[in-house]
Ligand binder design. Sequence first.
Ligand SMILES: [Zn+2]
Length: 492
Amino acid sequence: MSGKKQITKRSENYSDWYLDIVHVADLADYSDVRGCMVIRPYGYAIWEKFQEILNKKIKETGHKNAYFPLFIPKSYLSKEAEHIEGFAKECAVVTHHRLKATENGVEVDPDAKLPEELIVRPTSETIIYASFAKWINSWRDLPLLINQWANVVRWEMRTRPFLRTTEFLWQEGHTAHMTSEEAEEEAKKMINVYADFCRDYLASPVITGQKSESEKFAGAMHTYTIEGLMQDGKALQSGTSHHLGQNFAKGFDVKFSNKEGQLEYVWQTSWGVSTRLMGQLIMTHSDDNGLVLPPNIAPIKVVILPIWKDEESKNKVMDFANELFDNLGDLIGDIELDKRDYLSFGEKSFEWEKKGVPIRVEIGPRDLENNSVVLVRRDKLEKVTVNINEVKVEIPKLLVEIQRNLLEKATEFVKNNSHVIDDYDQFKRQLDKEIPGFIYSFWCGSKDCEEKIKVETKATTRCIPFDQKEESGNCILCGEKSNKRIIFAKAY
Ligand SMILES: [Zn+2]
């Protein structure tokens, strides 16, 4: 299919533009189950890149992968009060275990009612800590550092592919420690792993910081977050890390005997990133022509597009293209040679452009006569002519340059759209602008001020950034003294 599906311009309707990109780049489809998406092979190939890189980082920081059940006994969710309050409204519940055939198909067998309902995991703290209680006895068993790659279900009312879906894919880390200090160090370490991943691979700069009390994870002592700024000036929370304190340890009786032989509750953390990161990747770099992928995360870094007129020129061009494919493939991996002869050159170019492949290599008979090939870089849609003998050196160099350029552009965008504001009228005016951005303001810490600001402006507190200079001022709303700025933004 070479259908020229028009992509809505970002300036016309950002939200439609996003859906168009997901569609034209073959990333995901809707399914017949409301709020659930089908991740198509090209979209899944990008997700596999995320997994490959993050899995390595998670293991390098000492964690081991395991797998826990999809279903959680309802009673488990009652063991940590705040946790269940946070998730109760979005749980899928399994009540029966059998269907029976009828004249019209099947129906739920009323005789197959479960004695205790099962909850499809919205997150796995409860079921994992039931195992931790069995595995942990002494200080020798600590720290216990576990990760799982899984799907979870949160019954969402308003969904959008990757950004908010009823079922999504993620990794969730769960750890247990002897002391609060160790758990704190772990929670901070992992939020920084996420931030480094976003910067180094997604070319997406994120702000790291702490969530307010009302925005923290249900059941956590405190929550750290990474917050990105999308091209429409809205914030996206794309990863979190929680210091859980001893809340769950007490609910699930996770105890260890310390070196003095006394029983103590463990200190815990949990942390996760999900397919939401795909939404961040799409919205950070893509343009009105389609997806734009940074080379470090692209499942196809380079695509070779041979062009020919007749059989004779085809042979010459294909010989060169095949050789380049072999040599370059060994050098950089993730490379594709598009041999399809049932599509025109234009159709093929257009397809790879929409899919955001960082470099297209165009090779035609005239290029070979001139001892040159043409490289098209997706980030700037610029053509560069390169001598045939230098192409193997120039392509890896250009990939590094594209990665650098995308990060620089995104960093510049965040910088230009971050505002330090101390006056509430100015604050409101900023939020009414087309690109509201991040607003750094003093906040007294009260829930009331946070809630009033949210009602009046639709802006929520995103995080108290780790990285801020020491200063003091007055709460943007009530004027109370404050010594920390928090970021306000409209958010996904
Ligand atoms: Zn206040």
